[in-house]
Design a protein around this ligand. Sequence first.
Ligand code: CA
Length: 248
Amino acid sequence: MNPPVAEANRARLRQKILVVEDESDIRELLRFNFEQEGFAVEEAGDGAEALDRVARRAPDLIVLDLMLPRMSGLELCRRLRANPDTARLPILMVTAKGAEVDRVLGLEMGADDYVVKPFSPRELVARVKALLRRANPAAGAAEEPAVYERGRLRMDFGAYEVFVAGERKELALREFELLRFFVRHPLRVYSREQLLDLVWGRDTFVEPRTVDVHVRRLRQRIERDDANPELILTVRSVGYRFNPEALE
Ligand code: CA
């Protein structure tokens, strides 16, 4: 990989914040402050647009204003939590001053933290950073359920067994670990280097190409047609992304 491509990849792999807010001046204010801190920012003006953006590519965190037209922020929060792909996506909600009920409901619906309007952008960014640290994918593995089941895929994390459409598949340990990582972190794009860090571990001395070899083997075991993969997708010159929707 030559340096300019690596540079571009790093830029694309910046942590991404989705700001859901119908007031464009507040979106602008947040975008400015997040970009100053090196985050990539996406915006959605209402709940439907937010769901659409999340389905296409999940952000690392959502800043969610509760006062939205059509679908309320509470409803959006509930839907994100009900979907296994986004159940653990960090959500910072923004509530109106004095809207105590919203705040309580929002936390009950699964928001991770809140700020009250009018907020200080610096404080909001600090809260976001704290949430992202807590959501570090390397942590929290212990609270995962023991079995993943969606559509034709079933993974038993305790027994290290994988079934595709009811048929047991023999996976090498590293293939199993790679698939486990993918199902636990759907929709997001990971570079080969990130996968090496997160699946192989930082201290292993293997080439990024090793990831490609394992992805190829994994595809042969779980894809319907490994020449046209629909589960483990290649994102050109960036890395790989797991698409659980193709399991249904
Ligand atoms: Ca609003």
